[in-house]
Write a protein that binds this ligand. Structure first.
Ligand code: Z5A
Length: 212
């Protein structure tokens, strides 16, 4: 007898918006309320593909821009069988970055358009909810300096922010913009409310296909 499926919930946002902090707290809150939940993050640096990506982000290797975009996408696809299995088992997945980061970061590079960047991720499991943690560059700066990894510069992050804005205009995706400048506790309350509604709504619906 099939059980009710888990929801696929994604947190997106620019650098230092608090995605990881909120993903962890949300998983805990769902578990404590008796709803099975697990966290995933992309890139998943533990796989063979993820290790190539990690070396690239840490600037230990250089990869051609199209090639690394396809690796980020392949890193999601390789986890799809596991994601589907967990969702079918009734486990809600809280995902730290997904295809939207893939598109926003690559399309922020010269010579790339959104359309080309979206293609490799067409058909991925479609999130039931994507929460975009909105934070201005000035507020992000208060949370510390940028790190040493690739992409961690003010100018590049500004272009990434604009690309996310373009992606959020797509009505086929259930976007919720969250004010990430509030305290950790207030952001958590807001995110939990949206997530509980989504977990209830998703349980009797099939998993959709992204951008199809
Ligand atoms: N990338 C890509 O190019 N293509 C793809 O397909 C994918 C990703 C999936 C992965 O970085 C890089 O890969 C990323 C995009 C690119 N590049 N960049 N930039 P990552 O996943 O390893 O790391 P990250 O996602 O960049 O982490 P982050 O953005 O730096 O952090 P965060 O998860 O949003 O925030 P946090 O770690 O939870 O919090 C940051 C700090 O702020 C920390 O000190 C917290 O204590 C503090 N914080 C959090 N919330 C608050 C509030 N509410 N108030 C005050 N302070 C707070």
């Amino acid at each position: 007898m099939a059980c009710k499926r888990g929801a696929l919930i994604v947190l997106e946002g620019v650098d230092k918006a608090g995605k990881t902090t909120q993903c962890k707290q949300l998983v805990q809150a769902l578990q404590q309320s008796g709803r099975p939940a697990e966290m995933m993050r992309f890139p998943d640096r533990t796989t063979t593909i993820g290790q190539l990506i990690s070396a690239y982000l840490e600037k230990k290797s250089d990869l051609e821009d199209h090639a690394v975009h396809l690796l980020f996408s392949a890193n999601r696809w390789e986890l799809v069988p596991l994601m589907r299995k967990k969702l079918e088992q009734g486990i809600t997945l809280i995902v730290d970055r997904y295809a939207f980061s893939g598109v926003a970061f690559t399309s922020a590079k010269p010579g790339f358009c959104l359309d080309w960047c979206m293609k490799p991720d067409v058909g991925l499991p479609k999130p039931d909810l994507v929460m975009f943690l909105q934070l201005s560059p000035a507020e992000a700066a208060l949370r510390g300096q940028f790190g040493e990894e690739r992409y961690e510069t003010k100018v590049f992050q500004g272009v990434v922010q604009q690309k996310f804005e373009q992606l959020r205009k797509d009505p086929s995706v259930n976007w919720q913009v969250i004010d990430a400048s509030q305290s950790v506790e207030d952001v958590h309350k807001n995110i939990t409310t949206h997530s509980l509604n989504t977990v209830e709504a998703a349980q009797n619906l099939p998993v959709g296909e992204l951008w199809k």
